[in-house]
Design a binder for this molecule. Structure first.
Ligand code: SF4
Length: 209
């Protein structure tokens, strides 16, 4: 099987480090430490300024290759479920996450969602079954479809939507249609726990090494 690119090499470890270059971890700079994390020759706990939940999020990113399922590279779209999924009993203050309706996108996203106790409204928007990177090339994911999908949302207070990284071109069209904050998430799903920060609560019993 030729596996799809999950863009693990795109994870931006440095963006989530304190960036004070204090060298207490033994690296010459935070950028150097980030490279060591990426190569798995250092553990995030070596930076003593990170909280326990940040350390767990770094570990998830570091070990994305063994956490995430291998999915085949697509030559044809694989349409799957379209609609809203409630993750961990969300309420009116839970974040809204947007994704597409590729079977493989859903498989990868469902896997990472197994590593959080936090609550989200997750929307699988119709993009004809393309993965998000392909959906942007083929223009099968559009702001209008996201708007239609969001009509399912019950009364909501937290006016914040997270788009997948590859869907960044949809940020401005969406912001013109909703008076909500639209944020662009990471390109790699294994970076999502780092990106969401306090909005990603890791279960206490996972052991990623
Ligand atoms: S200990 Fe943390 S803040 Fe200091 S250089 Fe290392 S990674 Fe950067």
């Amino acid at each position: 099987m030729i596996a799809a690119d999950l863009y693990l090499d795109k994870i931006d470890f440095l963006a989530y480090l304190p960036q004070t270059d204090c060298q207490e971890c033994g690296a010459v700079s935070c950028a150097d430490f980030a490279k060591q994390l990426k190569r798995k020759i250092q553990t995030p706990s070596a930076c003593t300024f990170l909280t326990e939940s940040q350390i767990q999020a770094f570990l998830l990113a570091q070990h994305g290759d063994r956490i995430l399922p291998q999915v085949p590279a697509l030559d044809l779209p694989r349409p799957a479920f379209t609609g809203m999924v409630e993750i961990n009993r969300p309420n009116e203050s839970s974040l809204i996450l947007i994704s597409g309706n590729s079977e493989f996108t859903q498989e990868v996203l469902s896997t990472i969602m197994g590593y959080t106790l936090s609550s989200y409204w997750l929307f699988f928007v119709d993009c004809r079954g393309d993965t998000i990177d392909m959906a942007m090339i083929y223009e099968s994911l559009k702001a209008e479809q996201i708007m239609i999908a969001l009509e399912e949302l019950p009364a909501h207070q937290r006016r914040e939507i997270i788009l997948p990284g590859f869907a960044s071109p949809l940020k401005q069209p969406l912001e013109r249609q909703v008076e909500w904050q639209v944020k662009v998430g990471p390109l790699c799903i294994a970076e999502l726990p780092l990106f969401l920060g306090e909005d990603w609560q890791v279960p206490p019993d996972i052991n990623l090494g």
